[in-house]
Design a protein around this ligand. Sequence first.
Ligand SMILES: Cc1cc2nc3c(=O)[nH]c(=O)nc-3n(C[C@H](O)[C@H](O)[C@H](O)COP(=O)(O)OP(=O)(O)OC[C@H]3O[C@@H](n4cnc5c(N)ncnc54)[C@H](O)[C@@H]3O)c2cc1C
Ligand code: FES
Length: 319
Amino acid sequence: MSILKYREREYSCHSGETILDAMLRQKVDLSYGCKQGICQACMLRSNITPPDYTQNNLTTDQRSKNCFLACQWQPEEDVCIDPVESQSFVNARVICKSLLSQDVLRLTLEFQEPFEFHAGQFVNLKKSEQVIRSYSIASTPNHSNTVEFHIQLFNNGQFSQWAFNELVLGDVLPVSEPKGNCVYSIKGTDKNLLLIGTGTGLAPLFGIVIDALEHGHSGHIHLFHGSYNSDGLYLNAQLTELSEKYGNFSYTGCVTREKSDVFFRGRANDKAFLQYPDLKGWRTYLCGNPEMVKVSQKQAFLNGALCSDIFSDAFVLNQ
Ligand SMILES: Cc1cc2nc3c(=O)[nH]c(=O)nc-3n(C[C@H](O)[C@H](O)[C@H](O)COP(=O)(O)OP(=O)(O)OC[C@H]3O[C@@H](n4cnc5c(N)ncnc54)[C@H](O)[C@@H]3O)c2cc1C
Ligand code: FES
């Protein structure tokens, strides 16, 4: 067992227990989200250098300040921990809510100042200290002060049920700084792009596609969107229109549980990798269902993509 020192008090941390779980067990009110090392909502600082695996995706500056993800660190020694002052949320106002499908909400937030981000990044939205969830930005960074999200409704989902049923226009929502490196890069506008998303995994991919087209991307761009049924292909009309407008953009909708004359019957990732057996020189973007993302990372590599050209965001659910 090790001892955690926090705000001049001592807490126990059992062997194999994470710092976050130990503190929550002893009723310390720490914020957290995914508990899987992705959202960074649980970031703290320590008096000693944290192990590398607890600093995944933190910036060089955060690493040098001994910041770490409390949901990842299972310490074997005593540690003094402190809150991270710079872990900032800024308030944004709800200016639009509309349904993209029966269970996907389009939520638009407005900031007082322009909100800087890269297409494809995600933020944490805070309902309360205990309910912080990650959502990908579906809009492009045109230096405006609005951002758009696609939120899937979950049965008993604490955030999504609240966003669908209680959040109203004019409400104020705390939003974290943008995070993640599944982003469009203006270096290599001639590279071919393969994008595969399931469900609301379309949100970041839509932002990336629009950003690429707005930057005059000259390589081929092919987006595969998968869902159980055609209602889940919630941007079909818009994406079809884009594919008619831009010669280098293709869109394929895929459904797994419905017979269709319009859409491919089967999984989006199976269809995509069959169609593109040679991904040498391609950039691949994978977002949505964690199982799909895991299988597709491997397949993209086997089809010839470099690891450094495979970008992904697995939409893991909170544990
Ligand atoms: C990087 C990243 C980006 C993301 N981007 C998006 C996005 O753009 N759009 C989007 O819709 N989602 C996105 N997500 C997922 C999102 O963060 C939430 O996990 C999701 O919206 C569910 O949150 P919730 O509060 O509604 O549901 P939760 O309350 O977290 O519950 C999720 C599901 O688990 C079930 N559940 C909860 N507790 C238990 C339990 N104890 N036992 C069994 N089942 C339980 C619930 O019934 C529900 O069905 C992203 C996730 C990550 C990590
Ligand atoms: S990274 Fe720790 S709770 Fe999400």
